[in-house]
Write a protein that binds this ligand. Structure first.
Ligand code: 2M8
Length: 432
C-alpha cells in the first residue's frame, strides 16, 4: 500500500500549480470548486501548507454576495471548452474583479473539508488558527445558498445547471432534456481531444448545457431571474447533503473556536434543511433519496450513487439507513460489480463506460465509505474502500472506472482523465 500512497502523492504534487490544483492535466486545466476541497483533504495528510493554500486561493475568488464559482480560470490555456470568454462572470455585478470564473457553483464541500483538515492535522492549534482566517467566508457562502437559492423557503437549495451537480451527464437529467429544445450550437469541443468521445457526453447534451448558460447570461446571472426562468432547476440530494454536512462542520468548528455569533443561525438552517430533506427527497418505494425537478414540480425517481450520499451527512434515521444499504447492496452491490456504480446498474439507462451514467467515481465512494462507517456498516464500508483500492491498483489513478469486475482483467478499465487529483487525494485519506 505504501507504493500506492506514494504514487498518489506524486499525482497531487504534479497537479499542484501556482497556489491551486488542477483536477487533471489538459482535460481540466483550472481550479474547480469541489475538486479543490477534496484535494485539500489529500494534501492535509502530507503537506498541510498546500492544503491551506488550496482553500485560501479558492476563497479568494469568492464573489461579493458569498457565491463561490465552480471554475476559476487562473490561466489562459485553451485546452478546455467552454472557457472564461464563454462564461463571462463579469456580467454579474458582484463577481470577483480579480479572477475570471464561471457563473455557476458546485457541491459546497468547503465546510466539511475544513473539519477534515482539523481531524487530520498533527498541529491542531496551527490548523485552527488557519481555519479562523477563512471560516467566515464559508459561512457567507452558506448564507448565499440559504437566502438566494431557496425561492420557496423550504430549506432545500436548487441547482440551475447539471454542471452544478458535479454529476454532469447523469441519466437523471435526460428527463429534463426532454422538456427542452435548445438550438444546435456551433462550437469546438476540447474534452474529446483528450478522452475517447464514447466516455464523454454527446454533442446534443452539450447544446443543452450551453443553452442554460446563455439564458443565465442574458440575465447577468441574477439568482432571481434564474429561479424564474431556467429550464433546469433541481433540488439535488448530493448537493444538499454536502451543504448540510458542511453546515454541521461549521457549527462544530465555531464551537471549537469559541465563537458563538453564528451558531444559532447555522442551527436553524440545519434543522429546517434536514427536516425538508427527509420529507421531500426520500422515496419510500425506492428506499433511498431522489432528485426533485423544481421547474416542472415532479420527483425524478431514479437511483444513483447520489441517492446514498446523504448517509455521510447523517441525514437518514437508523431505520432508513438500513433500508438504503439493503437497496444499495441489492442493486449496486452484486458480486460481479464494484461498489458503487454512479447510476442504477439494473436500469436501461445504465452505461458502465460513460462518465456519470454508470462508472464508479472515487469521490462518491469516499462519501459512502464515511457514511457507512458512521452508521456502523463497517464491513460494507471496508468493501467500498477495498473496491476503490483494487480499481486504482489495477488501472491507475483514473477519473472513473468500469463498475463491472470482469472488465478489470487487463488494466484498461479506468476511463476519462488519468493521474486524476481527487482519486489520488481520497485514496490517501481512505488508506490512513
Ligand atoms: C467534470 O465536469 C466538468 C464541468 O464542470 C466537465 O466535464 O467539463 C465533473 O466530473 C465535475 O464533477 C468535476 O468537478 C470536473 C473536474 O473534475 O469534471
Amino acid at each position: 500500500m505504501k507504493a500506492l500512497k506514494d504514487r498518489a502523492q506524486t499525482v497531487l504534487i504534479n497537479n499542484f500549480k501556482d497556489g491551486f490544483s488542477i483536477p487533471c492535466a489538459k482535460l481540466y486545466p483550472f481550479q474547480w470548486f469541489w475538486d479543490s476541497g477534496l484535494i485539500a483533504i489529500g494534501f492535509a495528510h502530507f503537506e498541510m501548507e498546500k492544503a491551506e493554500l488550496e482553500i485560501k486561493t479558492l476563497l479568494d475568488a469568492q464573489w461579493g454576495n458569498g457565491f463561490i464559482p465552480h471554475i476559476i480560470f487562473h490561466t489562459d490555456t485553451d485546452t478546455y471548452f467552454p472557457g472564461a470568454d464563454f462564461h463571462r462572470s463579469d456580467l454579474h455585478p458582484e463577481s470577483s474583479k480579480k479572477y475570471k470564473s464561471t457563473g455557476m457553483t458546485q457541491p459546497p464541500v468547503t465546510g466539511f473539508v475544513l473539519e477534515e483538515m482539523y481531524r487530520i492535522s498533527k498541529d491542531k492549534p496551527a490548523t485552527l488558527k488557519f481555519i479562523k482566517t477563512v471560516i467566515d467566508k464559508v459561512y457567507d457562502n452558506h448564507n448565499y445558498f440559504f437566502t438566494q437559492r431557496d425561492p420557496q423557503k423550504e430549506g432545500l437549495v436548487y441547482i440551475y445547471h447539471n454542471w452544478e451537480s458535479g454529476t454532469d451527464n447523469s441519466p437523471i437529467w435526460d428527463d429534463i432534456w426532454d422538456t427542452m429544445n435548445p438550438p444546435e450550437y456551433n462550437f469546438e469541443r476540447r474534452d474529446t481531444t483528450h478522452v475517447d468521445a464514447a466516455q464523454r457526453p454527446s454533442k446534443r447534451e452539450y447544446d443543452h448545457y450551453l443553452h442554460i448558460i446563455e439564458i443565465a447570461k442574458e440575465h447577468n446571472y441574477s439568482d432571481e431571474k434564474i429561479a424564474e426562468l431556467s429550464p433546469f432547476l433541481v433540488q439535488d440530494p448530493l448537493f444538499n447533503a454536502m451543504l448540510i454536512k458542511s453546515n454541521q462542520s461549521l457549527i462544530n468548528l465555531y464551537e471549537l473556536l469559541g465563537d458563538h455569533t453564528k451558531i444559532e443561525q447555522l442551527q436553524q438552517w440545519q434543522n429546517k434543511s434536514i427536516k425538508a430533506f427527509n420529507e421531500k427527497l426520500y422515496d419510500e418505494e425506492l428506499g433511498a433519496y431522489i432528485h426533485y425537478d423544481l421547474r416542472n414540480e415532479k420527483p425524478l425517481r431514479y437511483l444513483s450513487s447520489s441517492s446514498f450520499a446523504p448517509l455521510c451527512a447523517s441525514i437518514p434515521s437508523e431505520a432508513r439507513a438500513k433500508k438504503m444499504v439493503e437497496v444499495m447492496m441489492e442493486k449496486f452491490g452484486g458480486e460481479e460489480q464494484y461498489l458503487c456504480a454512479s447510476f442504477d446498474p439494473t436500469s436501461e439507462r445504465f452505461n458502465p463506460k460513460k462518465y456519470w451514467r454508470g462508472p464508479v467515481w472515487i469521490n462518491l465512494n469516499w462519501m459512502l465509505f464515511k457514511g457507512l462507517k458512521q452508521y456502523g456498516f463497517t464491513e460494507i464500508a471496508e468493501r467500498v474502500k477495498q473496491d476503490s483500492v483494487d480499481m486504482i491498483d489495477k488501472n491507475g489513478f483514473y477519473e472513473y472506472f468500469d463498475s463491472r469486475k470482469e472488465m478489470h482483467k487487463d488494466g484498461t478499465a479506468g476511463y476519462g482523465g488519468n493521474d486524476f487529483s481527487w482519486t489520488a487525494a481520497l485514496l490517501i485519506d481512505m488508506l490512513n
